[in-house]
Design a protein around this ligand. Structure first.
Ligand code: SAM
Ligand code: ZN
Length: 324
């Protein structure tokens, strides 16, 4: 692993991972004071200083994390997971040539990773060396760290006694804000933001030259019958509206759509309502009527997603764009 992959969220000095406590070297601190960050029992590291916290418990709540974990592990969004993994494998495939000793390590950031349904699938492919799983929600990282530990994927479980040929993806579960990523500039070969925050300038800064960005969003018509049952008038998702904000830093390589029919029994529907923030705005009687009807027959709806593949603009492509 690169020594300079992580930086201290307080003084930006290089930050060294270790089994018990991560420490910065304090080199950029006015008094050269190193900052320690303890590794939690479950295996995550809290790199969110209080001054970067906008609320007491930022990010998704424990309740929505657990509901999402149940819903996703039941496989309802598996087609999206498969597409994301296929795309990632294609993008990184060309980097995976040569023996493990010859090639540079591949680093990937999954921002707003939640409890890690997509993150674990990315790791499963064995293409990435260092997978940074970052989210502002502590309960999300607790779950992600627990499942990583069971699968022997935590960074400190990838010991020197492991043969290189057997090397797995190392997962680093970090509580952090997307706005203050504790990562060195230019260190990531790719970033994924699956239904999560998008910060064009910060992402471009973290990526290597020509690094990739994968974004997943709900598409027009996503869960339409569910929204019609909950609300009197339905506002449409405008999936593309963020694209202009990315244009100065990224070029759009491809767009993919995923559509899958869902047939949801009452317990899965209840989980979907809990993990879907807008469902809270629905009238209580509409929610209840929906759940009552699913108790007798599964609720039919369609999941529709759009996945954007982008690549960081390099100095030469920026020049080319200016000339055309
Ligand atoms: C809709 S969830 C998606 C989770 C996961 N990617 C998935 O699809 O299962 C959005 C996630 O972004 C996280 N999040 C929200 N604001 C954030 C921020 N400023 N920095 C990092 N994570 C953030 C939330 O805690 C939540 O886990
Ligand atoms: Zn520091």
């Amino acid at each position: 692993m690169l020594v300079t992959l992580f930086i201290c969220p307080i003084c930006q000095s290089p930050l060294q991972p270790a089994t018990d406590t991560w420490r910065c070297d304090g080199s950029l601190h006015p008094k050269h004071t190193p900052h320690p960050f303890d590794v939690a029992r479950q295996g995550y590291v809290n790199l969110l200083p209080v001054q970067q916290k906008k609320s007491k418990a930022p990010g998704d709540s424990q309740q929505s994390i657990i509901a999402r974990q149940r819903f996703l592990t039941a496989g309802y969004y598996q087609p999206l997971k498969d597409l994301i993994c296929e795309q990632m494998a294609q993008l990184l495939g060309q980097n995976k040539t040569g023996t493990d000793n010859e090639r540079a390590e591949i680093n990937w950031l999954d921002i707003g990773c939640g409890e890690g349904y997509y993150t674990q699938a990315m790791a499963q492919q064995g293409i990435i060396d260092n997978l940074i799983a970052a989210d502002i929600s502590k309960p999300a990282l607790v779950e992600l760290a627990k499942s990583s530990k069971i699968k022997d994927r935590l960074w400190y479980q990838q010991g020197a006694n492991q043969k290189n040929t057997n090397k797995k993806t190392s997962i680093y579960p970090l509580v952090t804000s997307a706005a203050h990523l504790p990562l060195s500039a230019g260190s990531m070969h790719g970033i994924s933001s699956i239904f999560s925050p998008i910060l064009p300038e910060i992402f471009a800064d973290m990526l290597t030259e020509e690094g990739y960005l994968i974004i997943a969003k709900p598409d027009i018509g996503h869960l339409m019958s569910l929204r019609e049952a909950l609300f009197d008038s339905v506002r449409e998702h405008d999936s593309d509206k963020f694209l202009p904000t990315l244009a100065p830093h990224f070029r759009l390589v491809a767009t993919h759509q995923v559509i899958n029919a869902l047939s949801l029994p009452a317990d899965a529907l209840a989980d979907l309502l809990t993990m879907t923030p807008y469902a809270y705005r629905a009238r209580l009687e509409n929610r209840q009527a929906l759940l009552d009807s699913a108790a007798t027959a599964p609720f039919a709806t369609e999941a529709k997603f759009v996945v954007y593949i982008l690549q960081k603009r390099t100095a030469s492509t920026l020049d080319a764009d200016v000339q055309t």
